[in-house]
Write a protein that binds this ligand. Structure first.
Ligand code: HEM
Length: 493
């Protein structure tokens, strides 16, 4: 990461050992703190005991009981989406799926994490929340460039220059927004059912587990593995130590973590359904079996819906690798190889998901892999779109609930015909899907391609500084790792 040597790991046994048994050595991610509390206090960036305490406060707010009580908010957002699409259906207008699903996830985040209602479909240009949310994700190409260049030279440069990856004006806006909502909420007697309220309860030192919401068996351990909990510090009771700034940082993390990831997942589910008519038919039959009654329990228990989402996350994991650094020198099994203290380790999700060893025909979208009758063929720790171990994605349950609810509702409102038009408006060769009432959806993946180019810029930069890579290879070999010539023309090892 940046200018730090990193070891990539894609062996399921090692992933298991390092993330479960030896988790105490690999607790922390790369240090991404830059002196801004909005980012520094987020669960992503906290380290050691501070992370443990915060995680033990936040984890219960994502319990299945809490998700169920928040589910009506998600359903409201999905209904708004369907209402917005209906007139377009009547007029036969094309709809670009990535943007549309981004609107849905933004609406969900505004409602749940910021307690704010937005008219995401009609008020794109003037609504302050939407304008600032855009700044966080879209308006910062030059910032990403400068940031990645500084990072690849030295992380210290970022600290010294105080350069912010996220537009400071957008950060200020979200900071002020949460502050004023918090002040209002504290003076209100009626408790809202959203995520922000759960955080406020934690702030008020109310044990979130005291609210007796029955739990739902909603997470499929055959697919996502067993949820690992962490031991909270003996002296940390729920709510202890959490401040307004922590709530602000958590709401912001919710936004950063949940917007692009869930939006991409949803648009890619529809893209693949559009390409696979049989799968579309099968899902349509499963979803219609419930006749529009998509409460939390029902959407959690649809095997084919689950399989379509799991397979999309396999083929296109929104986060391709997760990183940790070693808190102490670590010897890998009985190999005699050592990872020096402070070294970065990346767990390579993308390579595992695309390995023919674990997933035959890995480039083919095939939800059958995740159907109950085939799950015994999955190798444990080769599927980890949400990471694994006690520091996995705390929002996994929320993301899955949102995705399943949206897909179930939209497929229920959809027909199963392929469009007569095979190209989208911009002339690219992507498939279209025609829905009931002539609703035509197209997915233009040009936006995705632009994203990939953008993300690959830092990599291009790393390759440019090849003398550094050479140094890393030497460094690893001095710790007993076999040498491999990655770029033969450049390296004389
Ligand atoms: C499809 C959607 C999503 C995917 C694929 C995803 C994936 C991930 C991954 C791979 C990690 C890193 C795990 C690790 O280091 O082992 C992560 C961490 C995290 N995610 Fe998600 N995520 C998604 C949605 C969400 C949502 C909706 C939220 C918030 C509600 C969220 C909040 C977080 C947080 C706070 C962390 C840091 C956890 C910690 O350090 O303790 N994610 N996510």
């Amino acid at each position: 990461m940046g200018s730090r040597p990193t070891l990539m790991i894609a062996d399921p046994e090692l992933i298991k050992t390092m993330n479960i048994k030896d988790f105490h050595v690999f607790v922390n991610r790369n240090d991404f703190t830059f002196g801004d509390p909005l980012q520094d206090r987020s669960l992503f960036n906290l380290i050691g005991d501070e992370w443990k305490t915060m995680r033990s406060i936040i984890s219960p707010t994502f319990s299945s009981g809490k998700m169920r009580s928040m589910h009506p908010i998600i359903i409201d957002c999905v209904h708004k989406l369907v209402d917005n699409l209906r007139p377009k259906a009547m007029s036969g207008e094309d709809v670009e799926m990535k943007k549309t699903m981004g609107n849905l996830t933004m609406d969900v985040i505004a409602s749940c994490a910021f307690g704010t209602k937005i008219d995401v479909y009609n008020d794109q240009k003037t609504n302050e929340f939407i304008v600032n949310a855009r700044k966080v994700f879209r308006g910062n190409v030059w910032r990403i460039w400068v940031f990645s260049i500084l990072l690849s030279i030295s992380q210290k440069l970022i600290h010294w220059t105080g350069f912010q990856f996220i537009d400071p004006s957008a950060q200020r806006f979200f900071g002020q927004a949460v502050k004023s909502i918090l002040a209002k909420r504290k003076s209100e007697k009626v408790q809202q059912k959203d995520y922000l309220q759960l955080m406020i309860n934690a702030l008020n030192r109310k044990n979130v587990d005291n609210d007796k919401e029955p739990e739902v068996d909603d997470l499929n351990e055959d697919i996502y593995g067993k949820t690992q909990s962490i031991e909270s510090n003996s002296n940390s009771k729920p709510g202890t130590g959490i401040t307004d700034v922590d709530i602000l940082a958590t709401s912001f993390a919710f936004f950063v973590a949940g917007y692009e990831t869930t939006g991409a997942l949803l648009s890619l589910v529809f893209y693949n359904l559009a390409l696979n008519e049989k799968c579309q038919q099968k899902l349509y039959e499963e979803v219609n079996g419930l006749d529009g009654k998509y409460d939390y329990e029902s959407v959690s228990k649809m095997p084919y819906l689950e399989a379509c989402i799991a397979e999309t996350l396999r083929l296109y994991p929104p986060i391709g690798a997760v990183n940790r650094y070693a808190l102490e020198e670590y010897t890998i099994g009985d190999t005699g190889l050592t990872i020096p203290k402070g070294m970065m380790v990346n767990f390579d999700i993308y390579s595992l998901h695309h390995s023919p060893e674990y997933y035959p025909n890995p480039e083919v979208w095939d939800p059958e892999r995740f159907m109950p009758e085939n799950r015994d063929q999955l190798t444990p720790y080769t599927y980890m779109p949400f990471g694994t171990g006690p520091r996995n994605c705390v929002g996994m349950r929320f993301a899955l609930m949102e995705a399943k609810t949206a897909v179930a509702h939209l497929v229920h409102n959809a027909g199963r015909h392929k469009s007569r038009r095979w190209r989208c408006r911009c002339g690219c060769h992507h498939y279209c899907q025609q829905f009931r009432n002539n609703l035509l959806w197209t997915l233009c993946s040009h936006v995705l391609i632009a994203d990939y180019i953008l993300l690959s810029m830092p990599s291009v930069h790393y390759i440019g500084v090849h003398h550094k890579i050479e140094r890393y290879v030497r460094l690893w070999s001095s710790h007993g790792f076999p040498q491999k010539r990655l770029f033969p023309p450049y390296y004389q090892l």
